[in-house]
Write a protein that binds this ligand. Structure first.
Ligand code: ZN
Ligand code: ZN
Length: 285
């Protein structure tokens, strides 16, 4: 909810005319409670989780030669019901765990200083903040994920996420409910340390979710971000983590490759890649 009676008052307060985007934001958010704006995050979670994996689902069902050559584990075939069961399972966990958590977390999110008001953040402010959020999330995700690969963590919690040794888009958040909570936490640390506008906050979660689905897609396309973004792990990097499975002590980071490089947990992956390169095989199997 914005602290202005009308647009003129907002412009007088800022000492300038509102930009086009700010007028849109004013019209959309002026009368909406911050709690409702905060809850958008949960709606986006459900919406984008249902939408983004669909092209990968179609690619898997159609299996055209043109696209199938980019599949990382090409011998593994998934049926529609197999993928839909995964989707249903994740949606249940979202509705029973992530939804109620969003309701409870509002006061904590508010305390961090995330703002809903005008002015809107500049593109650079959003870019730098989201980059910082990615770096913070990646670092904490690395250590929590590594802990989840201890005997106790794996047997009690993390084995659920590793049910699929060849991941596909819908498997990105397929996990034990406790893992959704534990590994979800690092996503909130960036906005807590460096609070920004709620639009940046929404965009961060949408991008993080998109990245996670791409990483679990099972396809490494020529346009994959891993070919253009320095230190970006991408689907092949994380697919190897699933391929090795419960024994995996490799490729723990969520987004970038540098943590695994620094702490020496990518040696198996690099050795495997060098063997593939020598044998000129494009995929793991
Ligand atoms: Zn794992
Ligand atoms: Zn995974």
């Amino acid at each position: 909810m914005l602290p202005y009676l009308d647009m003129q008052e907002a412009e007088a307060s800022l000492g300038r005319e509102l930009s086009f985007a700010e007028k849109l934001w004013f019209n959309y958010s002026a009368k909406k409670h911050d709690y409702f704006l905060h809850f958008h995050n949960f709606i986006f979670l459900l919406f984008f989780y249902s939408l983004i994996p669909l092209p990968y689902l179609l690619a898997e069902l159609i299996r055209s030669k043109k696209i199938h050559k980019y599949k990382i584990q090409p011998k593994v075939k998934r049926s529609f019901s197999d993928m839909f069961n995964c989707y249903k399972n994740v949606m249940q966990v979202f509705l029973l765990v992530a939804g109620p958590l969003q309701i409870i977390a509002f006061s904590n999110i508010k305390m961090t200083g995330i703002r809903t008001s005008l002015p809107l953040p500049s593109k650079w402010e959003m870019f730098w903040q989201i980059l910082v959020y990615f770096i913070i999330e990646d670092y904490f995700h690395y250590w929590i994920h590594r802990w989840l690969h201890t005997k106790w963590g794996y047997e009690k919690i993390h084995h659920v996420h590793h049910e699929y040794t060849a991941p596909f888009g819908f498997t990105a958040p397929y996990a034990h409910w406790a893992e959704i909570l534990i590994l979800g936490l690092p996503s909130f640390l960036g906005p807590a340390f460096v609070p920004g506008h709620i639009i940046t906050y929404w965009l961060w979660f949408i991008l993080r979710q998109t990245e996670s689905i791409e990483t679990h897609s099972g396809y490494e396309f020529p346009w994959s971000p891993s070919r253009y973004v320095p230190f970006y792990g991408g689907s092949e990097f994380h697919d190897y983590h699933h391929y090795v499975g419960g024994r995996s002590q490799s490729n723990f980071a969520s987004v970038f490759t540098y943590c695994d490089y620094i702490y020496g947990t990518d040696k198996g992956y690099r050795y495997h890649k060098s063997l593939l390169h020598k044998s000129k095989k494009p995929s793991f199997k």
